[in-house]
Design a protein around this ligand. Sequence first.
Ligand code: FES
Length: 122
Amino acid sequence: MAIVTFSSPLMHKDKAVYAIAGDTKTILALAEEHRIPIPFDCRDGNCGSCLIEVSYDDPTQKKGIMLTDKEKSKLKELGKITEEEIENAEVNDMPPRYRLACQFIARDEDVTITFSGNPGGA
Ligand code: FES
């Protein structure tokens, strides 16, 4: 079971929730379930409203994941992924610092999700 901590100036204080291992819920779905106000619009990786910053509580536990082309190109368009991160994502399947909450599936790793509350503003 992973602990997902949400942090935003919109929230009175940080909120930690449990994500069940093997569940296929996105971070956005998990946030909605717990009334955490991550902005969103399309829910499909197209608009960029749900941009979040992800930090791994234990970076050595960061797990590889294949980034979809859709998410990669939206992050590029938003200027939220570096060339080095693109290469690391493509070669090593390592996720970048910024993600789209509607595309990121909560897995068995403890993460802190930060968002500003402005759509696309992480
Ligand atoms: Fe549109 Fe996530 S809600 S990209």
